[in-house]
Design a protein around this ligand. Structure first.
Ligand SMILES: *[C@@H]1O[C@H](CO)[C@@H](O)[C@H](O)[C@H]1NC(C)=O
Ligand SMILES: *[C@@H]1O[C@H](CO)[C@@H](O)[C@H](O)[C@H]1NC(C)=O
Length: 252
């Protein structure tokens, strides 16, 4: 199976850093949870991002910089240093350090949770990318700008342009989350552009150009790659940590 370029992998990870909808019952509506549980839920994504950026840029992860943050959770599976151009390497290294800061802030406020088992293997990314291509064949803005500049380049080995890639990964996330359009490509029909007037779409946002928000279950459906908050997989082979994620993992 083709290995995805790191480029594609970034698309997937970066657009996960979304504001969480706080506050019930349908599959797309707000959920009931304490503030602490909500903040700890966000640690799942912070761990993923920290490990992905640090390992991608430097070839070593959180255990090299702040081992106590993992609270005994296992190291990620399959994390590797990526081949990056100097600009990308610098940006990703900076993002990695920023994630350490986010983790520190949250852990000192809430006490934290053990790092969940993460799967950052090329095979896992390939599964997501193949799913994205197969079916219907602040940080985020920086990366989307870089991507936009390269929108017409072909991503090897897939033979798709960067713009198509962003579109397909956005479509996959929308499909997995199952709550409408909340992620968009970087080149879009004007109906998704700013004020229905642009095809460029550096910021993915709603009809009032406000950022989309996703609830914790929507996020779990995406990062598990299964479309179900009850079925772990994808980046979290054993499920995400903390009270919110665990409540959906009741024994089948
Ligand atoms: C993906 O591209 C198609 C064709 O331009 C468009 O109709 C669709 O809205 C795009 N999807 C997203 C999520 O940007
Ligand atoms: C843009 O078009 C959509 C329908 O595609 C409409 O609902 C929305 O109000 C329009 N926005 C503006 C600012 O005209």
């Amino acid at each position: 199976m083709a290995r995805p370029s790191l480029f594609c992998a970034f698309l997937f990870i970066l657009t996960l850093e979304v504001s969480l909808v706080m506050g019930a019952p349908t599959n797309c509506g707000p959920i009931q949870a304490t503030d602490i549980d909500r903040i700890e839920f966000s640690l799942n994504l912070e761990f993923l991002e920290a490990e992905f950026f640090l390992n991608g840029a430097l070839g070593r992860g959180l255990d090299s910089f702040a081992p106590s943050f993992a609270k005994g959770g296992p190291p990620p599976i399959g994390a590797r240093r990526a081949i990056l151009n100097p600009l990308a390497a610098q940006i990703i290294e900076e993002f990695g350090y920023q994630e350490i800061g986010h983790l520190r802030a949250i852990i000192s406020a809430t006490g934290g949770i053990p790092r969940p088992q993460l799967d950052l293997s090329a095979q896992n990314f390939a599964n997501f990318i193949n799913q994205a291509l197969g079916v219907e064949a602040g940080q985020d803005a920086v990366i989307r700008t870089l991507l936009y500049e390269r929108a017409n380049e072909i991503v090897l080995p897939y033979g798709k342009t960067v713009a198509e890639f962003v579109n397909r990964t956005a479509e996959l996330k929308n499909r997995l989350a199952n709550c409408g359009i909340k992620d968009e490509g970087i080149i879009v029909p004007q109906s998704l552009g700013a004020e229905n007037r642009t095809n460029s779409n550096i910021l993915s946002a709603n009809t009032d150009s406000l950022s989309y928000a996703r609830t914790p279950p929507e996020i779990l459906r995406i990062v598990y790659g299964t479309g179900s908050e009850n079925k772990p997989g994808g980046f979290y082979p054993n499920g995400a940590g903390g009270n919110i994620a665990r409540r959906y993992l009741s024994p089948a």
